[in-house]
Structures are given as C-alpha cells and as structure tokens.
Design a protein around this ligand. Structure first.
Ligand code: FAD
Length: 360
C-alpha cells in the first residue's frame, strides 16, 4: 500500500500552487485528483503586482500601468509606475506549477470522500478506488448559493484591424448603465489588435451566453469596432459571499483556494490571494492562515450587503476611484490599504445606506 506525502483535490490554481510552492523543491510523492480536463482550461487571472507576486513575474503575460473606471459620462484614469495590473494565463500557471522536483501523479478522477485512518487518510474516488496520503489539500468549493450575489461573466478574445486598441491602457470597469442591473465591460488590450472583451454582472442569477454576447457586440459597435475575429471564449462564476468552508479540526486537512477563503468577495479577485495563502501555509504550523485582514473583511461584508440590498449602477465604484490615486486603489484591491486610504474609501460610499448596513 503506497502512502503519498500529500493528496491534492482539484488542480485549479490553488491545487497547482500547492504542488509548486509546498512540494516543488522536495522529492516527495504527491497525488492529485482532478475530474475535469485542465488542458482545456484557458483563462486569464488579473491582479496588481504585489511583493508576494513578484516571484512569478517571469510568467506574467502582460502588465498595464494605466487603467480606467467609468461610464459614458465620466472616465477615471489611474496610473501606477511600480504596481501595474498584470495577467497570468491558466495555461502558463499550470505549466509553471507542474515543473517541479516532486513526483506528481495526476488521476483524472472525482474524489467521492476521504477520512482519516491511523496517521494518514484514505481517499476514495467515484470509481471506488482507494488511495492513501499523509495530508489532504482540498480545493472543492461551492460557487453558487441561493439568494447570494454572484459575479458572473463571459468574455471573448478577439483580433481586430491594426491600431484599434491602446495597448497601454486597460478598461477595468466600464459601467453600461443597464436598468436595475450592475453590469460593466472589462477590456484587456494585449496589443493594438488583440483584446479580451468581457461582460460582467453582479447579481443573484446568471444569464445565457447570448445575453453577455449581445452586450459585448453592443459595446464594440459603440466603439466602432465592427470587424473582428473571435479566437476563444472564457466564462465563469465567482461567489460574492464567504465561500470558505469551516476550518477542519484535523491539522492535516488544508482547505485551499476559494474553499479556504482566498476570494475577496466584494471584487471576486482570488488568484493572487490564493497564492498568498499557499505561501503563508508554507511557513505556518497551522492548517489555516489569515489571508484577508479583519478590517478588510468587515468592509467587504458591508459593501456586499449594500450591493445586495440597493440598486447600484456603478456610481459608487466610480466615486471611489475618483477619490483614490492608482496606488491607493490597488492597495485597497489587494487588501493592504492603510488607515488613511480606508478613511477615503468610507468617505466615498453612500453614507446613509452604509450606516444602515453597518448596524444590520
Ligand atoms: C474564467 C475565470 C476567470 C477568473 N479571473 C480572475 C481574475 O482575473 N483575477 C482573480 O483574482 N480571480 C479570477 N477568477 C477567480 C478565481 O481566481 C478562480 O475562480 C480560481 O480558479 C479559483 O481557484 P481554486 O483553485 O480555488 O478553485 P478552482 O479553480 O475551482 O479549482 C478547483 C478544482 O477542483 C476540481 N474538483 C472539484 N470537485 C472535485 C472532486 N470531487 N474531485 C476532483 N476534482 C474536483 C474542479 O474541477 C477544479 O478544477 C476567475 C475565475 C474564473 C472561473
């Protein structure tokens, strides 16, 4: 009977990070279970460059030092010389994380359950095969919950005629002013003739692909982009509620990624945080670490409740962006804003509704 050093459940970005960051330099035998074909997964993960993300600079696809937030009437431009917005593709992250000294065995199987026996675990897959490991890293998570807000999106990678896009400026949020719905476009111009154009909604229900596509076409048309070729599509759902599972009492079970509370619910950003989580776990004696600080979590909760209970057309985000400079904005998005910036953020928000949410 072979007992692996660790079993990773799910090879999304967090499972992959465990293989690279925790076991990459060791000769250990590790086993990973993934029920989807991860070679077919292709999407970009955006984040602002922080100290903890610098070790991965080599695999960054592109950096933008300028980003905009606005609507048809206003356009706030933020710049940052040393904290640019970056993207890493899932494919690059996967290849980077699979290149290690450890011996990783990947099983294309679904884990049905696991439980401790003696000082190790028995993992049972849905074909009833048993595997054994000393530690469990579990990344299975609930992405949807009835009555809770979701960030859902659909994006198309397009190629267009030369010099269509300003490749130095990213559109972080362009609010389209839909009736009773928070919807914005997110544009990543990889070059003057290539971009990801994404339609994003914050709401409790998700839509058919055709809904987002229609918004993308409308936006492109407004920008006089009528000639384009689709190269690929990415879509997803990110929970805007605390999707973290309870911390396991067994010290050798680690909840990772979204399951381990990596997602910042008010923004849907999770990638850089799940990496920070695995980096912190490497030097922790515990099976869980605090990724988001108490005050950040509290502010997030108030903001989510505000979004849940009030119609918001993007004005709060634009107001917030207009009161902060690029570095302050990114420090807030990456969860390390100082007290002065936090004060500016609170000052930017609709007072009455926020005070109500604070006391709920
Ligand atoms: C298309 C897309 C774009 C995103 N863009 C950004 C971004 O720009 N910036 C950002 O910060 N965040 C982004 N996110 C949010 C977040 O970073 C991702 O959701 C990320 O994938 C979370 O990683 P994870 O490892 O926690 O979970 P997952 O990626 O969901 O990985 C879990 C894996 O476990 C597998 N699995 C589930 N159950 C089982 C089982 N029983 N047995 C075996 N395997 C199982 C799943 O198939 C999956 O591959 C994006 C999400 C999506 C979907």
């Amino acid at each position: 009977m072979k007992i692996y050093k660790a079993a990773i459940i799910g090879l999304g970005p967090s499972g992959l990070a465990v293989n690279k960051i925790l076991y990459g330099d060791s000769p250990d035998d590790v086993i990973a279970f993934e029920n989807e074909d991860i070679n077919k997964r292709d999407n970009y993960f955006g984040f602002w460059l922080t100290e903890w993300m610098k070790p991965f600079e080599n695999i960054i696809e592109k950096k933008w030092h300028q980003w905009t937030i606005g609507n048809k009437n206003i356009n706030i431009i933020h710049t940052s010389s040393d904290k640019p917005y970056c993207v890493i593709s899932f494919k690059k992250w996967k290849d980077f994380c699979l290149e290690t000294n450890s011996k990783l065995e990947i099983k294309n199987k679904k884990v049905a359950k696991y439980f401790p026996i003696k000082n190790y675990f028995k993992v049972i897959t849905d074909d009833n095969t048993e595997y054994y490991a000393e530690k469990i890293y579990d990344s299975r998570s609930t992405k949807e919950k009835k009555g809770e807000l979701l960030q859902h999106f659909y994006g198309i990678n397009i190629t267009v005629p030369d010099n269509t896009f300003n490749e130095n400026e990213l559109t972080l949020m362009y609010f389209t002013g839909e009736k009773n719905l928070l919807h914005f476009m997110y544009i990543l111009p990889f070059s003057h003739n290539k971009a990801l154009v994404e339609s994003t909604v914050f709401s409790k229900d998700i839509f058919n692909n055709s809904w987002y596509r229609e918004k993308i076409y409308k936006y492109l048309n407004q920008k006089n982009i009528v000639e384009f070729k689709e190269t690929s599509v990415e879509k997803g759902i990110i929970p805007m509620f605390i999707a973290a599972e309870k911390n396991p009492s067994n010290p050798n079970i680690f909840n990772i990624g979204i399951r381990g509370g990596a997602c910042k619910p008010s923004t849907g950003y999770a990638f850089a945080f799940l990496i920070k989580q695995i980096q912190l776990l490497k030097y922790s004696k515990k099976n869980s670490v605090n990724i988001h600080k108490y005050l950040e979590r509290k502010m997030d909760k108030i903001f989510i409740n505000f979004l849940k209970n009030n119609y918001e057309d993007g004005r709060s985000f634009i107001n917030l962006a207009s009161n902060l400079n690029g570095n302050e904005f990114q420090s807030f998005m990456m969860g390390y804003s100082n007290l002065f910036t936090k004060f500016k953020i609170i000052k930017s928000m609709p007072k009455l509704q926020f005070i109500k949410e604070l006391f709920k």
